[in-house]
Design a protein around this ligand. Structure first.
Ligand code: GTP
Ligand code: MG
Length: 195
């Protein structure tokens, strides 16, 4: 994918604020701090178009980015962030669920997991929720630079088993640090967006 333009469109908290267009879109979900915003930056060759932080809970709204005047990438808040109140968590949960369940142009959800760890209970819940509602989903295992290449397949296997993925389903290994998996991730995105 050649990135000709990247525009930040809006930071939304409710559906009335979502861009009112029929362009296809892909959203990123995953635990807080897993690297959703970093992946967006890496994919777009931008340093900080999506705001990144070493502290979890950085992204708190639904951020729409328009790419090449052609499609949207959507950065969602992470789940599983312990340091917010129960009511705040519920509010975020509702905001994310409303987006995922009602967004017409949404072509696919990319679920990010940390390659180093078995998916959490919440990761499993998210994966099952997406599958239950028949949302096309792909899993990317990120932070691959944090373990040696020889360990990747072993960790991918644990991720597939824990999420209960089908045997033939793919997990794409990725690193926002080194760019490994970027071309493959674009191929995957393009397939979802333009078929
Ligand atoms: P929330 O907005 O809180 O949901 O987090 P997020 O999923 O958007 O994570 P973010 O992209 O802000 O990254 C969190 C931290 O992980 C930052 O310190 C990033 O630099 C780091 N990080 C993200 N991806 C990678 C990666 O592939 N490799 C390494 N080594 N660090 C990464
Ligand atoms: Mg973020």
């Amino acid at each position: 994918m050649i990135i000709k333009s990247v525009e930040f469109i809006i930071s939304a908290v409710k559906p009335e604020q979502y861009p009112d267009v029929s362009m296809p879109e892909i959203a990123l979900v995953g635990r807080s701090n897993v690297g959703k915003s970093s992946l967006i930056n890496k994919m777009l060759n931008r340093r900080n178009v999506a705001r990144v932080s070493s502290k979890p809970g950085k992204t708190q709204t639904i951020n729409f980015f328009l790419i090449n005047q052609q499609f949207h990438l959507v950065d969602l808040p992470g789940y599983g962030y312990a340091k917010v109140s129960k009511s705040q968590k519920e509010q975020w949960g509702k905001m994310i669920e409303r987006y995922l369940s009602k967004r017409g142009p949404l072509r696919a959800v990319i679920q990010l997991v940390d390659i180093r760890h078995a998916p959490s209970k919440e990761d499993v819940q998210m994966y099952q929720w997406l599958s239950h509602f028949h949302v096309p989903t792909a899993v990317i295992a990120t932070k691959a630079d944090k373990i040696s290449k020889g360990q990747w397949q072993k960790h991918v296997k644990i991720i597939k088993q824990t999420l209960g993925m089908e045997k033939h389903a793919q997990v794409q290994v990725f690193s926002s640090e080194t760019g490994v998996g970027k071309d493959e991730a674009w191929q995957m995105f393009e397939q979802f967006l333009f078929g």
